[in-house]
Write a protein that binds this ligand. Structure first.
Ligand code: SF4
Length: 391
């Protein structure tokens, strides 16, 4: 395993809260935002010598340890929230702090999330000047009625204007986020909307099913006892949407490389792929998670997170690491490399998970070929149940 790391920054600022969202995000004052960025930059500097651990190439029982600042950064991801509402001077000072502390170079993937309606030509050229080379735009739906239900701040025309401005600014790697399974949505209407989005030729699409989270306005309407629950597509419609999405995108040249992610060849998200294959990452900011290779941490979900105890700080056993490697790796359509598993854990995958592998090969939810173990098309439909057997 190559020693490298990924960096994530959480910008929890939004123009207003969407009706389905339970992320740590919201509308805060300028003063609160400025204080947050001072803390964020202090955290970026303070953690540069965090030790990160990689299975030792020479000793089967140990890990090689490197300070984070010594490792090449394979990707930077600024997520939120709505990072694109943050004033450019705050972003510039934060990216300067990152570049001073870590080994970011032009080959690092550098993504910023953006919401339609918050991108201007000058902001986009500032991103380019800062080295941002990938944009992830949260459209969620091309249907204005759905966008209203979701409580989004934009309509489809606004998205189009932002997307075109990003192309004009020179962005040649754009991802669009969509949500499927929205209230009142039918497979045919979803497919029609998807075709509209595909006509723009994005390099990458993420299509996640709607999850009704507790403590959101959506929960009151569409949760287990919500008055409008019946408007949600049923299980059969949800699966039909999933299958049609895969087929349509495949025809358009975007292959599914993870359960919910699709890309043109060479445009798979390096950041997410690293996450699913066990690359260590440092997360900065409120609610941001980190993985050192042997432990996991999560900052408190508060603007004053630096003065609070982390929400999570857990050392992982070898069994935890093996389970995680399987569960995250099976999300990828390429599957889990049996050779990589053995080289990391000095144990054969089929010995470590003999019962689960035999059961799912027999059920037809897993298949083995070319030294990889992966979910079958049927396995993708019941992925959560398969993964539960690797816990
Ligand atoms: S823009 Fe994104 S992070 Fe902000 S409230 Fe909406 S869904 Fe949540």
């Amino acid at each position: 395993m190559k020693p490298e790391l990924e960096l994530y920054l959480h910008f929890p600022f939004c123009a207003r809260k969407c009706a389905y969202c339970d992320f740590f995000s919201g509308a805060f004052s300028d003063a609160e935002m400025h204080r947050y960025f001072e803390d964020l930059r202090a955290e970026i500097r303070a953690r540069k010598d965090t030790p990160l651990f990689f299975p030792s190439a020479s000793d089967s029982a140990s890990f090689d340890r490197f300070p984070a600042s010594s490792l090449p950064v394979r990707s930077v991801f600024i997520g939120g929230g709505t990072p694109s509402i943050v004033p450019i001077p705050e972003l510039e000072a934060t990216v300067d702090a990152l570049r001073e502390a870590y080994r970011i170079d032009p080959s690092s993937e550098f993504t910023i999330e953006a919401n339609p309606g918050t991108l201007t030509p000058s902001k986009l050229s500032a991103y380019r000047a800062l080295g941002v080379n990938r944009l992830s735009i949260g459209l969620q739906s091309p249907d204005d009625r759905m966008l209203q239900k979701l409580g989004r701040i934009h309509d489809f025309r606004t998205f189009l204007a932002s997307y075109e401005a990003a192309r004009r600014a020179g962005f040649d790697n754009i991802s669009i986020d969509l949500i499927s399974g929205l209230p009142g949505e039918m497979p045919d209407s979803f497919e029609k909307g998807l075709k509209t989005v595909l006509s723009l030729s994005p390099e990458h699409l993420s299509v996640y099913s709607l999850i009704i989270e507790e403590n959101t306005p959506f929960y009151a309407l569409y949760g287990p006892s919500g008055s409008r629950r019946s408007e949600l597509p049923d299980e059969e419609a949800d699966r039909l949407i999933y299958h049609r999405t895969g087929a349509l995108l495949e025809d358009a040249g975007l292959h599914r490389y993870e359960i919910s992610n699709y890309a043109r060849p060479g445009f798979e998200s390096r950041h997410n792929t690293g996450y699913w294959t066990g690359v260590p990452y440092l997360g900065f900011g409120a609610a941001a998670a980190s993985f050192t290779g042997v432990s996991r941490m999560k900052n408190a979900s508060s603007l004053s997170y630096r003065s609070l105890q982390p929400e999570e700080n857990e050392s992982l056993t070898t069994e935890d690491l093996m389970s995680e490697f399987m569960i995250l790796g099976l999300r990828m359509t390429a599957g889990v490399s049996e050779a990589e598993f053995e080289s990391r854990f000095r144990k054969k995958l089929r010995d470590a998970f003999s019962a689960a592998v035999s059961r799912h090969l027999a059920l037809g939810t897993l298949e083995a070929s070319g030294g990889f173990l992966r979910l079958t098309p049927y396995g993708l439909d019941v992925a959560n149940a398969v993964m539960a057997d690797f816990l």
